[in-house]
Design a protein around this ligand. Structure first.
Ligand code: GAR
Length: 191
C-alpha cells in the first residue's frame, strides 16, 4: 500500500468507508487509509476498518465539555496518523470553522444530494416532497458553512415513480460509492 495518507471520520455503518477501502486495495491504489475515527462507540464502520486491518479510534463527543476540546483530540489523532487528507464518510457532527481551517483543502465530504440543492439532513424525503425528478450526491471540499465548498464530483440519480425515501437513499448511496473513490483518486493525482 502507498499513496496519499488518508484518514476517515465516520459515525455509522461505513459503507462509503468500504468503497474507499476497496479503492485503496491492490495495485494502483491512489491512497492509503491510515486510520478511521468514529465519534460513536460501536459504529459498524469501525468493524469494517478492523476487518481491513486499519487502525481505529473512538473519540466520543459525549466525553467532552465542548466542541473545541473534542475537535482538538480529533486533530491530534489525525496528526498522529500523519494524515494528509481527511474524508468525512457519514460523520454526523458539525465541525467548527477552526477545525475546518486547520484542514483547509485537505478535508472532504460526501453528501446525499446534488449540492448546492438540499443541504442538511433528510435530503431524500425533501426531494420526494418537492416532486423532483432527479437528485444525486456530491463530494466536496469542506468549508465552515455546512454542506458548502468547492465541488469535486457530483452524480445525478433519477427519482423513480413510487420511490420512498429508503429506496431513493439506496440508489443514491450506490452512486456515492462510485464518486467518493473517484474523488479520492482525482485528489491523489493532484487534479
Ligand atoms: C451517506 O449517505 C452520506 O452521504 C451521509 O451519510 C451516509 C453515510 O452512510 N452523509 C451525510 O448526510 C452528511 N451530511 P455510510 O455510513 O454507509 O457511508
Amino acid at each position: 500500500m502507498a499513496g496519499l495518507k488518508t484518514a476517515v471520520l465516520l459515525s455509522g455503518r461505513g459503507t462509503n468507508l468500504g468503497a474507499l477501502i476497496d479503492e485503496c486495495a491492490g495495485d494502483g491504489a491512489p491512497a492509503e487509509i491510515v486510520g478511521v475515527v468514529s465519534n460513536v462507540p460501536g459504529a459498524a464502520g469501525l468493524q469494517r476498518a478492523e476487518a481491513a486491518g486499519i487502525k481505529t479510534r473512538v473519540i466520543d463527543h459525549k466525553g467532552y465539555p465542548d466542541r473545541g476540546s473534542f475537535e482538538d483530540d480529533i486533530h491530534q489523532c489525525l496528526q498522529g496518523l500523519e494524515a494528509e487528507l481527511v474524508c468525512l464518510a457519514g460523520f454526523m457532527r458539525i465541525l467548527t470553522a477552526g477545525f475546518v481551517a486547520r484542514w483547509h483543502d485537505r478535508l472532504i465530504n460526501v453528501h446525499p444530494s446534488l449540492l448546492p440543492a438540499y443541504r442538511g439532513l433528510d435530503t431524500h424525503a425533501r426531494v420526494l416532497a418537492d416532486g423532483a425528478r432527479f437528485t444525486g450526491c456530491t463530494v466536496h471540499f469542506v468549508r465552515a458553512e455546512m454542506d458548502a465548498g468547492p465541488i469535486i464530483v457530483r452524480a445525478a440519480v433519477p427519482v423513480h415513480p413510487g420511490d420512498d425515501a429508503e429506496r431513493l437513499a439506496q440508489r443514491v448511496l450506490a452512486a456515492e460509492h462510485r464518486i467518493y473513490p473517484l474523488a479520492l483518486r482525482l485528489i491523489a493525482a493532484g487534479r
